[in-house]
Design a protein around this ligand. Structure first.
Ligand SMILES: C[S@@+](CC[C@H](N)C(=O)[O-])C[C@H]1O[C@@H](n2cnc3c(N)ncnc32)[C@H](O)[C@@H]1O
Length: 257
């Protein structure tokens, strides 16, 4: 069984930041932005690293996918996602599946679209995953994801180093060039990347303002205590600085089979 990186309290805190169902920034608008050039309506979609289900529900409900399968390696997340899906009345179109790291448990050409939001950063062997993405896509199918990449000179940037020293999660950071090479080697074509660092630094600034507000601060401190609040705020501020200096580069990745 996978190690637990997203325990219940951490997940609750993240959803307080980003809304029910979301373990990443930007909410429904950012999900739509990742899929901006992809026609999702009536399609079959795989969501890799679905977390607690927010993006998969947006893809089904707002973008009109025929069916969405969310996969994740953590049992608690999949159970929470399944509850969120049922509460939203989307059981007929959205399903959640607990998987192990490694080959995807689906037949060849199962999906029209493979999507992922801010989850590939945790995957140790991205080359192998991109090959699996290609395998489960039907010919002409599309890959659309956001991933956290690192600038070429990230290790020289104070903002990046400070964030890496504070961040609690296990991140596998790659540069845009490394990522594009791995996608191409896997067989994806028409590869495009869209650097979202400016957008991300802006949205983190808004989140920090919200977290400093009396209402949010009080509800978080009541749930988890003052020390946890100060730590979370410090990580978030450092995260924004890492993006603003170009060390951390949240990036959209697009490719086609
Ligand atoms: C930052 S969260 C994002 C979750 C969701 N995509 C969202 O935007 O709300 C990263 C997710 O990736 C999952 N994850 C980590 N390694 C994974 C792997 N090898 N395969 C699938 N999911 C993985 C984590 O369990 C977690 O749910």
């Amino acid at each position: 069984m996978a190690d637990i990186h997203y325990p219940p309290d951490f997940v609750t805190g993240l959803q307080m930041q980003w809304g029910t169902g979301f373990l990443s920034s930007g909410g429904p608008a950012e999900v739509a932005e990742i899929l901006d050039t992809v026609d999702v309506s009536g399609k079959s979609v795989l969501d890799i690293g679905c977390g607690v289900g927010g993006p998969a529900m947006v893809i089904a409900k707002d973008l009109g996918a025929a069916d969405v399968v969310g996969i994740d390696i953590e049992k608690y997340l999949i159970e929470t996602a399944q509850n969120n899906v049922s509460a939203a009345g989307l059981d007929d179109r959205v399903s959640m599946k607990l998987v192990e790291e490694g080959p995807l448990p689906f037949p060849d050409e199962r999906f029209d679209i493979v999507f992922s939001k801010d989850s590939l950063i945790h995957v140790p062997d991205k080359s192998a995953l991109y090959k699996e993405v290609l395998r489960v896509l039907r010919p002409g199918g599309e890959f659309a994801a956001s991933d956290w990449l690192r600038g070429d000179d990230a290790e020289d940037l104070d903002g990046y180093k400070e964030w890496r020293s504070l961040a609690v999660l296990d991140f596998r950071m790659q540069t845009p060039a490394e990522t594009e090479t791995e996608m191409r080697n896997a067989g994806l074509t028409g590869i495009r990347t869209n650097n979202r660092s400016d957008w991300y630094a802006g949205i983190v600034a808004q989140e920090v303002a919200m977290m400093r507000g009396d209402e949010w601060r009080e509800s978080f401190v009541n749930a988890f205590g003052e020390e946890a609040y100060e730590k979370k705020l410090a990580v978030r501020i450092a995260n924004g600085r890492a993006a603003a200096c170009g060390g951390l580069q949240p990036t959209h990745l697009i490719g086609r089979k």
